[in-house]
Structure formats: C-alpha cells, structure tokens
Design a binder for this molecule. Structure first.
Ligand SMILES: *Cc1c(COP(=O)(O)O)cnc(C)c1O
Length: 387
C-alpha cells in the first residue's frame, strides 16, 4: 500500500462501538484488572498503557501514522516541536560532547544550542548550508551529532541530505534532521540515512493553526532512549492534540500539494519584481541550492521568501498594506501568513547574528495558504505597492 493510504488507514484498535474515527482517550491514567497485569506493564513485559505521560491510544495513533509517512520504525510525540528538539539533544548529548549544526535554524533552536546546551557542558559549531565540504574540519573527537533543518527556517537553504548522511556515517555521528518545512510529503530524511527525524507538528502537519505538537522519530533502540527521557521529564503530547493531529494527517498530502503549488505560483510571479532584490523558493531555478532540491524534494513546500530593497521601513509598510494575509509568527496554516523575521522570530539575535543566519532587514516570509492563488498574489502585490 502507498504510505499515504497506509497512514490514513492506520488506526489503533477500535472499541466495541466500531467507531470510524478514533474516540478521544482524555484520561491521565489507565487501570488494570489485577496485580499481575499491573506488574507486567511496569516491567515492560506488555505494552499496556499506564499513564498518559508515558503513552496514550490517541498519541500512539499519531505516532504510528507518522512512522508510516516518514518510513521510520518508532517515534515519541511531544507537546511542541521545541520539546521534541530539546528531548533529542538531552537524550543523546552529554557533558563534554560537541554538536555540529547548520547556521540557519529556527530561532528557539538557536537559543537552546547557544544558551542552554553550554550550561550542561555541550559545545557547538555552526556550519554554512551551501558548503558541506567545509563541515568535516569542524568535527572533533567529541562531536556526537549533526543537527540540520532543510529547507531551513527562514533562510530556505537546502542541504544535501545524502552528502551530510555520508559525513555522519563516516564519523559515527547521529544525524538529526528537523523536517518541519518539507513534511514527509516532499522529503523523507530517513530514506537518505538520517537517524532522527524531528517535526514541529504545529506547522504543516496540523496545517490548520489549532494545536501545538512535536515528534521525534528514529529506530526502535534510539526511540526507546527518547521515550525513557520523556517518560521521566514529561514533555508528552496531550491526547486531545494527538487526536487533532492524527486526523490532520489524513489530509496532509492534498493540503501540501495545494500549499506548494500556490507557493510556486507566487514565487514565479514575484521573481524579478522591481521592489525586490531577490525571491527564494526551492523550485525556482535561481535558488542557489535548486539542484539539491530537485534531487531530494518532491515539491518546494509552502514557504516563499523575498527581500525588500527598502529594508526595515519597507517591511513595515508591506505588512501594514496587506488586507487578506495574516500577520502572524506561525506558518503552515490554511490561511496565508506574512512575517518579518528581523522584527519578530529572530528579534532576540543581534544584527550581526541575524545576518549570519541569512536574515536581512527586508526579509519577508510568506506561508502560502489554501486560498485561491490569484487572491494571495493580489494581496502581496498590494503590499509591494506600498513597500
Ligand atoms: C516552529 C518550528 C519549530 C518549533 O516548533 P513549536 O511547535 O513551535 O515548538 C522547530 N523547527 C522549525 C523549523 C519550526 O518552524
């Protein structure tokens, strides 16, 4: 069966009511018929649910579907994308270890790597997306993990998964990939050799701006360790959010087809606009990593970036002139969203740090929604008139 059909058809056991959609298991704990069953569950001899911090049927369904979509063996679902990322660091890194990460990454991930990991004696080096040949010289005997996003948020760099995977294998490092922007519809990092695949389910996986969620996927042994860490520290996904996310996955493919075709349309129409110094989208031939995107992505995803020649002031005028697009820090919604990273998601970075991660004063990020593409374009053009 095609992974999409299989994911849609993946359900946990039905109750006697034979419901078509999963009921919600809004319960903090589960009980046992007798002492022996309870003993066996605690001894890990059965996979009975014990407590929703450890496992829950709705959460299991979401995880099982994600395993099918990403082609991974196992997963642990978390309350947000950040808790998934943090859990993957805390499970596999220890004092004295070194992490190699691409420079352009989600703002909060940058904060975790530069501010919190060093508190536990974990050091890092940032490397540039375009030039994987230079990464090897940053690897030291204490390097344990390579962490990347591709495409990156918000610079939209595309990193060669096959090449990074080869490097990770050569040095015995864990390759940890945040696949939030691509989604498994466009790319499956595990197929290229990634050991861990992370998602902020808050974005395209829900795709309707309703709930926070995250997941770490990997092989059984690795995820057992993530599970043990999370079971004790408690970043677990709520069953209600898991129910929402599990249903969302049934429409993921059709939504991503529309999001990405809308994004490509906008990118093509804006390319060359006189108020813009550049437009970036993985499927545009002018994208510096277009050849890599062609090799590893089935579509370019739903995000388009461009740079306003007029800088900060121009960015503000652009946002203020929009009538349909939402001004929001989120992305991956049914509704198109415009954001200005320099004044929002990456505002905590110094200007020099922002430039280093590819965020200039006039950078605008568009998350293409599901509206009619002509309406989205018309609103952006109105914004550009005022910019
Ligand atoms: C939003 C985002 C995250 C964080 O996810 P939350 O669910 O908001 O915690 C991580 N990585 C990327 C690429 C993101 O866009």
């Amino acid at each position: 069966m095609h992974p999409i059909s299989k994911a849609i058809r993946t359900q946990i056991e039905r109750t006697g009511e034979m419901e078509h959609s999963q009921p919600m298991f809004l319960t903090s704990s589960f009980c046992f018929d007798n002492a022996e069953e309870m003993r066996a569950a605690f001894a890990d001899e059965t996979d009975d649910n014990i407590y929703s911090r450890f496992s829950n049927p709705n959460v299991k369904e979401f995880v099982d579907r994600m395993c099918v979509l990403e082609g991974m063996e196992a997963g642990f679902a978390t309350a947000s994308g950040m808790s998934a990322i943090f859990a993957s660091f805390m499970t596999f890194l220890k004092q004295g270890d070194h992490l190699l990460s691409c420079r352009s990454i989600f703002g909060s991930t940058h904060t975790v790597i530069t501010k919190y990991l060093p508190k536990y004696g974990i050091s890092y080096s940032y490397v540039d997306a375009g030039d994987i040949d230079t990464w090897e010289k940053e690897i030291t005997p204490s390097t344990r993990m390579i962490y990347i996003e591709t495409p990156t948020n918000p610079a939209l760099d595309v990193i060669d998964l096959e090449a990074v995977s080869r490097l990770a294998k050569k040095h015995g490092l864990l390759l940890n990939v945040d696949n939030c922007f691509a989604t498994p519809i466009a790319q499956r990092p595990g197929d290229f050799g990634a050991d861990l695949v992370i998602h902020s389910a808050t974005k395209w996986l829900d795709g309707q701006g309703r709930v926070l969620g995250g997941i770490v996927l990997g092989n059984k042994e690795l995820i057992k360790e993530v599970y043990m860490f999370c079971r004790s520290t408690g970043p677990s996904l709520s069953p209600f959010n898991a129910w929402i996310l599990s249903k969302s996955l049934e429409t993921l493919e059709v939504r991503m087809e529309r999001h990405s075709s809308n994004a490509l349309f906008i990118a093509e129409k804006l390319d060359g606009h006189p108020k813009l110094s550049w437009v970036k989208y993985p499927e545009l031939p002018s994208h510096p990593h277009h050849h890599i995107a062609k090799k590893q992505m089935k579509n370019g995803g739903g995000i388009v970036c461009f740079e306003l020649k007029g800088g900060i002031e121009s960015g503000r005028n652009f946002l203020n002139a929009l009538q349909m697009l939402s001004l929001s820090a989120n992305l991956g919604d049914t509704r198109s969203i415009a954001s200005h990273p320099a004044s929002t998601t990456h505002a905590k970075l110094s200007e020099a740090e922002r430039i280093a991660v590819g965020i200039s004063a006039g950078l605008i990020r568009i998350s293409a929604g599901l509206e009619n593409r002509d309406d989205i374009l018309a609103d952006i053009l109105k914004g550009l008139d005022a910019a």
